[in-house]
Ligand binder design. Structure first.
Ligand code: MRU
Length: 351
């Protein structure tokens, strides 16, 4: 089983995703600053994993606190949340996790300090378990949409490595395979960080799911050849109208899907739905370091001084999205209504 991150007695332990697929190494963070750093540097990445990492980072910071009063602990909690909240702006799960830890604090602040700390640790562990359960539920809903055999294309990594476990888009694929569907995954390489070729291919091969890596610019050609029966991707933030922010290049894939008449599915937990964002235009898009584009494996690939753009995400308009698969069920257009109704459903996924 892939252990993306876990709470341990020594701190929060992460598989180092910057070293995969050639090295399986682990990093243990002993402070919340270190957790913020591993989120920023993409040792851990993927919206749901970032959310759980943030919650555990906050729990760690609170555990390490020397505060002697609840008021002081609250001040420190705010500072910790501030540091963690400045790491990656697009994945809304980060802010969802911060809010949930803050709300937990408010509910337990009347308790003794040691108990408050324990309660926050337990809350972060609960979020971890809930994420895996949500992915399994998404898998059950989404598997029904997958073809009984043939190619399914995915972009970036929305797998076990991007979550507490099992994955969102790859969870749907895993569930379909568990049901006996004969799926062959086409994994877009996903320039510039190569989450598809490095991470998606690595985890699918571990599970024995047939996988072919293609360069991003091959997606249209494989669709035209009739090799792709469905597309399933994850999301970093879904606006109230169903516009989807996901890894740069997702928008291109969605348009190609439309042109070729292939269903384009998004799998994401309800925590990725941001009803406060009316549409994709209000989703902040993270700009990353130019070096991710200019250099490959340490070697410079562009002339010195050339101008570079490196947005980590793009927005796919809702009109290209066939359905959004969540742990509470499948949302279809009009998304204003379907997402709102799923988000306000009381039912929680059983852990
Ligand atoms: O920059 P990353 O690697 O954090 O981007 C990840 C993605 O875009 C994923 O598709 C998204 O977070 C969903 S992960 C279940």
């Amino acid at each position: 089983m892939i252990q993306t991150l876990e709470w341990t007695d020594n701190g929060v332990r992460f598989i180092d995703q910057t070293k995969l697929p050639t090295k399986e190494t682990y990093v243990t963070c002993e402070t919340h600053e270190q957790v913020a750093d591993v989120i920023r540097t993409m040792v851990v990445r993927g919206a749901p994993a970032i959310g759980v990492a943030a919650a555990m980072g906050i729990a760690l910071g609170v555990k390490n606190s020397k505060a002697e009063t609840v008021a002081d602990l609250k001040r420190e909690l705010d500072q910790i949340c501030d540091i963690i909240g400045k790491t990656r702006p697009t994945a809304v799960n980060l802010f969802w996790a911060i809010r949930r830890m803050q709300e937990k604090f408010e509910r337990v602040r009347i308790r003794p300090l040691a108990q408050i700390k324990q309660d926050l640790i337990e809350e972060s562990k609960r979020m971890y378990a809930e994420d895996i359960a949500a992915n399994q539920a998404m898998g059950r809903h989404g598997a029904t949409l997958m073809p009984s055999e043939g190619g399914v294309l995915t972009h970036c990594n929305a797998g076990a490595l991007a979550t507490a476990g099992y994955g969102t888009a790859l969870g749907v694929i895993r569930a379909a395979v568990e049901q006996g569907k004969k799926i062959h995954v086409y994994a877009d390489e996903t320039r510039p960080f190569l989450q598809g070729s490095r991470l998606t291919a690595w985890e699918l091969m571990k599970d024995g799911i047939p996988t072919t890596v293609i360069s991003d610019n091959m997606a249209g050609a494989v669709m035209k050849q009739g090799k792709i029966g469905a597309i399933v991707v994850g999301a970093d933030r879904i606006a109230a109208n169903g516009d989807v922010a996901n890894k740069i290049g997702t928008y291109t894939v969605a348009i190609l899907a439309k042109e070729h008449g292939i269903p384009f599915y998004v799998a994401a937990p309800i925590s990725t739905v941001d009803l406060e964002c009316p549409d994709g235009g209000s989703i902040p898009i993270e700009q990353r370091n130019a070096k991710e584009i200019t250099h490959i494996a340490g070697r410079q690939m562009t002339p010195e001084g050339v101008s570079i753009e490196n947005p980590a995400f793009d927005v796919t308009p809702a009109k290209y999205v066939t359905a959004i698969i969540t742990e509470r069920g499948i949302a279809r257009a009009p998304y204003e209504e379907s997402l709102h109704s799923l988000a306000s459903t009381e039912t929680k996924v059983e852990v």
